[in-house]
Design a protein around this ligand. Sequence first.
Ligand SMILES: *[C@@H]1O[C@H](CO)[C@@H](O)[C@H](O)[C@H]1NC(C)=O
Ligand SMILES: *[C@@H]1O[C@H](CO)[C@@H](O)[C@H](O)[C@H]1NC(C)=O
Ligand SMILES: *[C@@H]1O[C@H](CO)[C@@H](O)[C@H](O)[C@H]1NC(C)=O
Length: 503
Amino acid sequence: MQVFGIGILLTALAAAIQLPLHFDPSYGSKSSSPGQAAAPLTSSTPQLSLSDVSSDQYTISTHERFAGYALRIKRTEWWCDPSVWSWTGYLDVDGGAKHMFFYFFESRRAPAEDPLLMWINGGPGCSASLGLFMELGPCKINDHGNDTIPRIESWNERANVFFLDQPVGVGFSYAEYGETVETTEDAARNVAAFVWLFMETFTEYKGREFHMAGESYGGRYLPVFASEIVDRNKRATSNGLQEINLKSVMIGNGDTDHINMYPSIYKMLCTNASLPPVLSIGECVRMKRALPRCMQMATASCVDILDELACQAAQRVCSAELEQPFFTSKINSYDMSKPCEGYGSAPEMLCYSYTARIGKYLNMNSTRKLLGVDDEVTHFSACSFEVGALFERRMDRYAPGSYFIAGLLERGVSVLIYVGVYDAICNFIANRELTERLEWHGKEAYNAEPTRPWFVDGEPAGITKGWKGLTYANVAGAGHMVPYDKPVQALAMLNRWLENRTL
Ligand SMILES: *[C@@H]1O[C@H](CO)[C@@H](O)[C@H](O)[C@H]1NC(C)=O
Ligand SMILES: *[C@@H]1O[C@H](CO)[C@@H](O)[C@H](O)[C@H]1NC(C)=O
Ligand SMILES: *[C@@H]1O[C@H](CO)[C@@H](O)[C@H](O)[C@H]1NC(C)=O
């Protein structure tokens, strides 16, 4: 989920420089059991089995290779998907100043063999619980917003899946001492630490196939997060750690190469590329004329050289001319086939009334207690506008994500770019062009491949093409949140991808 146009909605907050804190030796003794009922179980041996984890208090695990980090985890019994084991917890990083919340669900098929998959949402600033409850997790929220109901087409059908609220300040994740994370590169260090600590602690997952998935601003996050893991893998063995067996990155409706999305927005809104044009001819002409100026300003100050002030000015021009006409149209920018629910009255609803259920459910005291949410998080919001504003202020969006994707492909990490065709902003045109422009050894072979339809249960599900590690797939009839709109097709796509088959 993407908070768009945030740059013009919010005043920027002060930037802070990220410095790792010193490890506080008293930190490990902090009592952190949910409800503070009993002293937490502490394990300093990294070999902890998930089946040993308690359900009524946190089990805390530290690791000698990660001074200043701890993993707190508890089992969530009879919740969400009672057919599997599930856990929630926090990774406490950077000397205990930052706390990253996660949900973890075992695979419904063969947890001991199936791969491990991480899911994150975008924003920047949106919680992975949107993906969990709205799109692809093992349960949904009922109409009353007070309980969960199982989801059949969940991505834990054949993968062990964790949902990570990141960076700190998002969902149930939080920071203390005024710490913030404001760039994807900073966020990557915390995510890589999370992945390693998880694997080193729960040794049943060591060396397991690992896939990193997400959507929207995840298209900016994931290539950098995966690159951080690939680069750290080189040093892992000499540091006494096992390499992460990273197999692939899956990006849904990504915002990966932001500047190159601008021309595609015009095509989405003013041509018949997906649906008939939605804006007036007058608005479209205005957009078309503003486009060269937007591209020129943004290229010069956001990409060629990052000049934050000039880039912010460019972004204001691009946003006002290319995005605003559409945002005032009351159409759902995530799905042009639908109206924007809550338009004008509830921006936090993100054009879907469903998101209100999630907020209601996650703000119930009984839910917080069940999940073990720390008291420091007083309120759950689906998206943090503060975190979004910090990233906007640093112009994080404009980094060249395609360079990271090319780097991953050159090192054998596969990449799936999938896109619902009704999404106006993070659209299929920009994402298809991204795959064609990528500079990697397979560029010519990939571009020479024909596109073809892919099918689910004999019905066309979209258009795809691929060569070796790179696959592009669009999903017909879907908006930004592909598994929400097309759960059966999305799960079929996932299964084929995890099994290394063509779509
Ligand atoms: C949810 O709300 C409905 C309507 O108020 C109520 O009937 C039901 O018992 C509630 N369920 C739970 C689990 O609280
Ligand atoms: C728009 O595209 C649809 C589907 O490709 C096609 O059926 C329709 O004729 C097109 N409309 C115009 C005006 O070209
Ligand atoms: C939930 O917990 C908070 C903090 O303990 C308390 O102030 C609030 O009254 C509780 N809400 C309900 C509905 O019980």
